[in-house]
Design a protein around this ligand. Structure first.
Ligand SMILES: [Zn+2]
Length: 441
């Protein structure tokens, strides 16, 4: 019987990349498997390697804790041609978003208010009436379109997850359950009018086939129509140290300079942009067909583009510096938790968002550091966080157990949540946010 031998020359060596700004520093970079999602260039530049992570919306039942759980590499790269920051796709989008999806937009008060204000603004700006047609991609539970329904403006939501789409239909929001791309776009315009307004909020990050998605938008958008797209701004991610917004379900992270290239390749032009505070700092871009020049490109576009260029978002060293920032945040959070636990404090988490799971998995925080988390979404109650297996309870659990510290995981909702948690001050609880740097207040 022969023993299997390992031929070391057969194993693929990890590429060793010499940092040109510091020739002494050797960085091990495993090259990405695929090319850039937009331009196809091989991905050679690491932004940050967050190790192995499970799908962050896969909340587990008690029975599932006894089963194996899939972990995937969570490693962000940047393309040196178009500067698109991206993670590799290990799981098909249909596995992530199809069928059951735990995220209901309507569970966040501030997000509902944001949607309501947007509809008011855009209806006025574009002069929308019952003669126009609005299409929203990834319309979730109808949290936004219900505002158009209330105004009598015809609309249609396109949403891949049937459980959240069913909620939209209950609210009276016409919704079709499907993935969006060129095929769906052609079906939509065969069955109805083109869109005078198209909306895509916080979906572009989740799109596995970026070019197919944007090509589909171009098909559905009427010749004089306007498309608005909201997405977390890459500049805020890097400057605000928001590494926990990187997860398997977020394939891409956008700067304006990159999205201008993407839309231009599909005959679309970004003509205006708003800066928003949502999701830790987002952009809302206004897009039109390139030939529709009645809508001129605003100074806001020129200004943000210039700010990105001044900030070095077209240079690899800007991206390379991010990894150390991330490691320092991990050390800061662990320092705090180790100290709190040694002092016998009880620590609970508030909110179980996707970003919380990236943070907890990367930092190795389990029940040894965080007793439990609470969330308002009943879908997550009495389940367990993916990877870390920390139990999730309804918010009432806080009053029952009176923890000393409450770690706010959706730090982007810090204000809203600290107001909701005002009552915990009665027993002297202190609130903690981990990002951009650990703060106890
Ligand atoms: Zn690229």
């Amino acid at each position: 019987m022969t023993h299997p031998t390992i031929n070391t020359s057969d194993t693929t060596p990890a590429a060793v990349v010499v940092n040109p700004t510091d020739a002494a520093a050797l960085t091990r970079v495993t090259p990405a498997k695929g090319g850039c999602r937009f331009c196809g260039t091989p991905l050679r530049h690491s932004v940050v390697d967050l190790g192995m992570s499970p799908l962050c919306e896969n909340f587990l039942t008690a029975e599932q804790l006894n089963e194996p759980e899939a972990f995937y590499p969570l490693h962000a790269y940047v393309c040196d041609q178009c500067y698109l920051v991206q993670v590799e796709e290990y799981v098909h989008g249909k596995e992530i978003f199809g069928g059951e999806y735990a995220y209901f937009s309507s569970y966040s008060d501030s997000w509902l208010e944001h949607a309501c204000k947007y509809v008011e603004m855009i209806t006025l700006r574009l002069g929308l009436t019952e003669d126009h047609f609005v299409v929203e991609l990834a319309s979730n539970d109808g949290y936004l379109l219900k505002n158009f329904v209330a105004r009598g403006i015809p609309c249609l939501g396109v949403e891949p997850a049937d459980n959240v789409a069913a909620e939209a239909v209950k609210k009276g929001v016409p919704t079709t359950v499907r993935y969006f791309g060129v095929n769906t776009a052609n079906e939509l315009i065969a069955a109805g009018p083109q869109a005078d307004l198209m909306i895509a909020n916080n979906v572009l990050a989740h799109v596995p086939d970026l070019n197919d998605f944007v090509a589909g938008m171009r098909i559905v958008l009427a010749p004089t129509g306007v498309l608005t797209v909201e997405f977390p701004h890459l500049v805020c991610l890097i400057e605000g140290n928001q590494f926990d917004t990187i997860y398997q379900e977020h394939y891409c992270y956008y700067s304006l300079i990159t999205l201008e290239k993407v839309f231009a390749a599909h005959g679309l032009t970004i003509f205006d942009v708003d800066e928003l505070t949502t999701h830790g700092g987002s952009l809302r871009i206004y897009v039109r067909h390139t030939p529709h020049q009645a809508l001129p490109v605003s100074d806001a576009v020129t200004n943000i583009r210039q700010r990105e260029l001044d900030g070095g978002y077209d240079r690899m060293d800007t991206y390379r510096a991010f990894a150390e920032q991330v490691a320092e945040t991990k050390r800061g959070l662990l320092d705090f938790l180790i100290r709190a636990k040694r002092e016998g404090k009880r620590v609970a988490g508030y909110g179980a968002p996707g970003k919380g799971n990236t943070l907890l998995n990367y930092c190795g925080v389990r029940e040894d550091f965080l007793d439990y988390v609470v969330d308002r979404n009943p879908y997550k109650h009495h389940k367990f966080l993916p990877g870390t297996h920390i139990p999730v309870f309804p918010p009432e659990k806080l009053a029952e157990t009176k923890p000393d510290y409450i770690l706010i995981l959706p730090w982007n909702l810090r204000q809203e949540i600290s107001q909701q948690l005002e009552y915990t001050r009665e027993w002297g609880a202190q609130l903690v946010v981990p990002i951009p740097e650990l703060t106890v207040f």
